[in-house]
Design a protein around this ligand. Structure first.
Ligand SMILES: NC(=O)c1ccc[n+]([C@@H]2O[C@H](COP(=O)([O-])OP(=O)(O)OC[C@H]3O[C@@H](n4cnc5c(N)ncnc54)[C@H](O)[C@@H]3O)[C@@H](O)[C@H]2O)c1
Ligand SMILES: [Zn+2]
Ligand SMILES: [Zn+2]
Length: 389
């Protein structure tokens, strides 16, 4: 089959590779009908995630048609149209039973490497390095889906591929980010990053009763999409974000702050950000934490910081003293996707949201290397790429 493979920093190619096979009785094989490129894939493209190997197949936002089933998968049938969570979770362990699917204790065969780095291993993820399981991703013609009796959900005929696909990741991710922000009715929520995750966080925060959402980015078409979704905006390359947030909230600060940017934050030329960039380039620190710093400084006393943005290793000069003395709550994590797929599918079916609003670039799998670069460089108005193999 054809598949998008990682070959090193800045180098992804579509290669011909062996087709996946059923390896376990809880597996399914799906024929991918569509898949997407995520901001998390850019961290892989840019070499931030350790334990990638040449030839790894990327892609964790996947849907398709079931073509083969292991003997223990009884909830799906051949021919079913399914969307697949990016988190691979067993459904049986203590964490899965609590609904903490991205913390599944049993699905990372390389748990020891993750334990060394993090103290404990989170769940295995599709297409996301060997320390997170070494599972092949779905930017390909076919995908092996482990734990297929727990993860994939059937998509009704009334919901299109483009409406359903983002249940695999970015809609639940934006939604959980808003839940983690502990929004009370009427609250002011500031959201850094108007990429796809930020866009879903904006709409989710408003669904949860936020009074105002202030969205921060520098890319014109992303700010315009944020405004279309009901947010006020700040362009960080033109305005000092802290000063502007204080002036818009009578110096109190936003009640909640959401970091939908993650480890590759741009620092708009500030000294702390230049230092982060230099340290990251020299491998002295892995993550650029400019947005976490700005969110901690801006958040009102007693407020909440929610971090869906991905961090991979060490962050430098996080103002923990400010967070402590201001009494902030910090909540974060990879999304517990399986917890959200069914309730959010119901919202789509009820017409409360049409997630396809975010798609700007439909493309073929063969176009994927070019689309990765356009998405990274924010060229040509790209906000979300959907690939059809
Ligand atoms: N927690 C999870 O389970 C999960 C799931 C999906 C994605 N993510 C992560 O969420 C983050 C966003 O993903 P995405 O697909 O929207 O990515 P993206 O790269 O399209 O969006 C990031 C946006 O942040 C903006 N930005 C950069 N520096 C900024 C700054 N200093 N202030 C404000 N905005 C800034 C960029 O201009 C860009 O529009 C990534 O880190 C991704 O890995 C996490
Ligand atoms: Zn993702
Ligand atoms: Zn589990």
């Amino acid at each position: 089959m054809r598949a998008l493979c990682w070959h090193g920093k800045g180098d992804v190619r579509v290669d011909t590779v062996p087709d996946p096979k059923i390896l376990h009785s809880r597996d399914a094989i799906i024929k991918i009908t569509c898949c997407a490129i995520c901001g998390s894939d850019l961290h892989l493209l840019d070499g931030y995630q350790p334990t990638m190997e040449s030839g790894d197949i990327l892609g964790h936002e996947n849907m398709g048609e079931v073509i083969e089933l292991g003997s223990d998968v009884t909830n799906l049938k051949i021919g079913d149209r399914v969307v697949v969570p990016f988190t691979i979770s067993c459904g049986d362990c203590w964490f899965c039973k609590q609904g903490m699917y991205s913390c599944c204790d049993t699905t990372n065969p390389n748990a020891e490497i993750a334990r060394e780095a993090m103290g404990h291993s989170p769940a295995g993820l599709f297409g996301f390095s060997h320390m997170l399981g070494g599972y092949s991703g779905g930017q390909a013609e076919y995908l092996r889906v482990p734990m297929a009796d727990v993860g994939p959900i059937k998509v009704p005929d009334s919901v299109s591929d483009e409406q359903a696909l983002f249940l695999s990741d970015i809609f639940p991710t934006g939604y959980m980010a808003a839940e983690n922000a502990q929004i009370q009715p009427g609250d002011t929520v500031a959201i850094w990053g108007c990429g796809p995750v930020g866009q879903f966080a904006i709409r989710s925060a408003l669904m949860m009763g936020a009074g105002r959402v202030i969205a921060i980015d520098e890319v014109a078409e992303r700010l315009a999409m944020a405004e279309a979704g009901g947010a006020e905006t700040i362009n960080f390359s033109e305005t000092d974000v802290y000063d502007e947030l204080m002036s818009r909230t009578a110096n109190r600060g936003p009640d909640s702050c959401i970091d939908a940017v993650g480890c590759e934050a741009s620092g708009h030329g500030s000294a702390d950000a230049l230092l982060d960039k230099a340290k990251a380039a020299l491998y002295l620190a892995t993550d650029r934490v400019h947005v976490i710093r700005e969110a901690i400084m801006s958040c009102r006393k007693g407020g909440t910081i929610s971090i869906p943005g991905v961090y991979v290793g060490m962050g430098d000069k996080i103002p923990i003293g400010a967070a402590m003395n201001k009494g902030l709550t910090l909540k974060m994590g990879q999304t517990h996707v399986q917890k959200y797929t069914k309730p959010l599918l119901e919202k789509i079916e009820a017409g409360e949201i049409d997630p396809s609003f975010v798609v700007t670039h439909p493309a073929s799998l063969e176009d994927a290397p070019e689309m990765y670069k356009k998405f990274r460089d924010k060229e040509d108005g790209v906000i979300k790429v959907v690939l059809r193999p």
